[in-house]
Ligand binder design. Structure first.
Ligand SMILES: [Zn+2]
Length: 191
């Protein structure tokens, strides 16, 4: 899966073999489209989309090219997931988070469990990116909860990415989604 800020630009880049395989870095070529999906966005809005697929000219792997606001295999946009993670980091339990955002309790519980399981890696990605781009933005670090630490670090990284690459107008959660390669709720490879 490849998270992109602009799916139309990504389609043009793909047609010209200018998108590269996240696995082996060889050029990708167009490979049809994935099925149509509908997910829920913030404030209950519905998003319907049909992502492009790409196939690697080197290793033959196929990848779905996804708008940075979306997560693979989730019925909700990354913005909705982000709202839930922030509410949990602020100290709310999954039931209250679910109630506030009108989400199923089991869905929120699953998101929190997965994000907490990846919190250390997410924190590392946030810190590494911030150190690389703008170390002055590093959070002060007096927090102790791993999820809160991770979200603080990703927040700083998002700000740094926005400033450096003039992505300030993109949604911060879309930037986090690109930074974490769409794996906010999936196990992250180490290293
Ligand atoms: Zn490849």
């Amino acid at each position: 899966m490849i998270e992109v800020f602009d799916t139309a630009a990504a389609r043009r880049a793909l047609a010209r073999r200018r998108l590269h395989c996240p696995g082996c870095a060889a050029p990708l070529r167009p490979w049809g489209r994935a099925r149509t999906r509908t997910v829920r966005d913030r404030d209950g809005a519905q998003l319907t989309f049909r992502p492009d697929r790409a196939r690697c000219t080197g290793c033959d792997a196929t990848h779905v090219v996804l708008d940075a606001g979306l997560l693979a295999h989730r019925g909700y946009s990354v913005g909705v997931v982000g709202q839930a993670l922030l509410a949990a980091a602020a100290g709310l339990g999954h039931r209250r988070v679910a109630g506030q955002l009108a989400l199923p309790e089991g869905t929120v519980r699953g998101w929190l469990r997965r994000a907490r399981g990846s919190a250390r890696r997410l924190h590392e990605i946030g810190v590494q990116t911030t150190v690389l781009l703008d170390p002055d933005l590093l959070p002060a670090g007096e927090r102790t909860d791993p999820l809160t630490l991770a979200l603080d670090a990703l927040g700083a990284a998002t700000l740094a990415v926005g400033r450096r690459f003039t992505h300030e107008k993109t949604d911060p959660w879309a930037r986090i989604n690109v930074l974490t390669r769409g794996r906010l709720l999936a196990p992250l490879p180490t290293g």
